[in-house]
Design a protein around this ligand. Structure first.
Ligand code: SF4
Ligand code: SF4
Length: 236
């Protein structure tokens, strides 16, 4: 049976449903407005009015299982834990993970990501990449929202360096550290946007990280393997 056949004649006119929706919206708007005005004059203190959280200046405390932006976890020596197995990229339904793998000089580690990027404009935050990872190399426990604005598409592509940096922030500053950093970035960007003498704006991933975090762990500086045209096993 078609959906429209289940609806009554009046529902299929839609106009009544639209008016009913407007009535509900207006009722809540007028109720909250009246209560806020009454509170301002010291009346009806025992009746609470709805208050909108002024994000990003105000934030709620998210539950432990909150699925936020990604981070790449680190080994004890500070190097990236990811072994470039591509399972996360394969599982990703939005195809927003881009990896270039390089050979690792440590014989116990087959590969590492020379490049690891997540296009957050395509990501749907489903968590399948985290589920697919066999070595706990990627997590979504940063309590960071996706970025809400940027100046070009690159602003929304999160690089390996940024994803690793988030793990250092979690270790050093705790669960709200990354969100605090993003708020500082928003404020800095807002100042620069209105500065007529500004230079070229940097993307979130290209920003200058604190000095101690610029000292990258020893990772081999080797060319990336092309995932679509891997080298021939006989070296040809
Ligand atoms: S959360 Fe989902 S859509 Fe986003 S990168 Fe992971 S698998 Fe892809
Ligand atoms: S993050 Fe995990 S699943 Fe993705 S390539 Fe690295 S090791 Fe493999």
């Amino acid at each position: 049976m078609k959906r429209t056949e289940q609806m009554s004649f009046w529902e299929r006119l839609y106009i009544l449903e639209v008016l009913r929706g407007l009535a509900v919206t207006n009722y809540h708007f007028m109720r909250n407005l009246s209560l806020h005005i009454a509170h301002a004059f010291g009346f009806a203190r025992n009746r609470s009015a709805a208050v909108t959280t002024q994000y990003p200046e105000q934030r709620k405390t998210y539950p432990e299982g909150y699925r936020g932006s990604h981070r790449l976890t680190l080994r004890e020596d500070g190097t990236v834990r990811c072994t470039s197995c591509f399972l996360c990229a394969t599982a990703c339904p939005a195809q927003c993970i881009y990896i270039e793998a390089g050979e690792h000089p440590d014989p116990h580690v087959e590969k590492f990501p020379v490049r690891y990027e997540i296009d957050t404009l395509r990501c749907i935050y489903c968590g399948l990449c985290v589920e697919a990872c066999p070595c706990d190399a990627i997590r979504m426990d940063t309590y960071v929202h996706p970025r809400i604005w940027g100046f070009d598409r690159r602003d929304f592509v999160e690089t390996k360096e940024l994803l690793m940096h988030r793990s250092r922030v979690v270790a050093e500053k705790g669960r709200d550290g990354n969100m605090d950093e993003m708020m500082e970035w928003y404020a800095d960007q807002a100042r620069q946007v209105y500065n007529p003498l500004r230079g070229e704006l940097r993307t979130y991933s290209e920003r200058e990280l604190p000095q101690k975090w610029e000292e990258k762990p020893d990772e081999p500086d080797l060319p990336a393997l092309d995932r679509h045209h891997p080298p021939h096993p006989n070296g040809r």
